[in-house]
Design a protein around this ligand. Structure first.
Ligand code: SF4
Length: 120
């Protein structure tokens, strides 16, 4: 399987061509100007992840929607399921920036944390 990607690890934005075999896991990358391009392309082909940002409802009239994000990059295939769940959540003050609003999201071991304080 051949795929073209743009490396997002630095502003140079190298155009990568990746030859990936799902059967063997072999990944050959060309077009990179440094080893980070190989790491990026391999991760994208085998286990793509993104930092997820969203908002959750609160019981606070002063801040009815609280911005949140995953504490680490989250598996891309599980992102729609995570977002659907987050949109059902309602959190209560007080919360500090960085407090966990959803531990172990979708059994990944990755927490979802507040990115703003929610005053009590
Ligand atoms: S391969 Fe290296 S030089 Fe190219 S965009 Fe990625 S990090 Fe930057």
């Amino acid at each position: 399987m051949i795929k073209n990607l743009i490396c997002i690890n630095c502003p140079r934005g190298c155009h990568l061509t990746v030859d990936y075999s799902p059967e063997t896991g072999a990944c050959t990358v060309t077009g990179n100007h440094c080893p980070r391009g190989v790491s990026y392309a391999t991760q994208e082909m085998t286990d793509p992840r993104r930092t997820v940002t969203a908002v959750v409802r609160t019981t606070s009239a002063a801040l009815p929607l609280l911005p949140v994000r995953t504490a680490k990059e989250f598996p891309k295939p599980l992102i729609p399921k995570l977002l659907n769940y987050l949109y059902t959540l309602t959190v209560q003050p007080p919360l500090a920036m960085g407090d966990v609003v959803l531990p172990n999201a979708m059994d990944t071991g990755i927490d979802v944390i507040a990115t703003e304080p929610l005053e009590g």
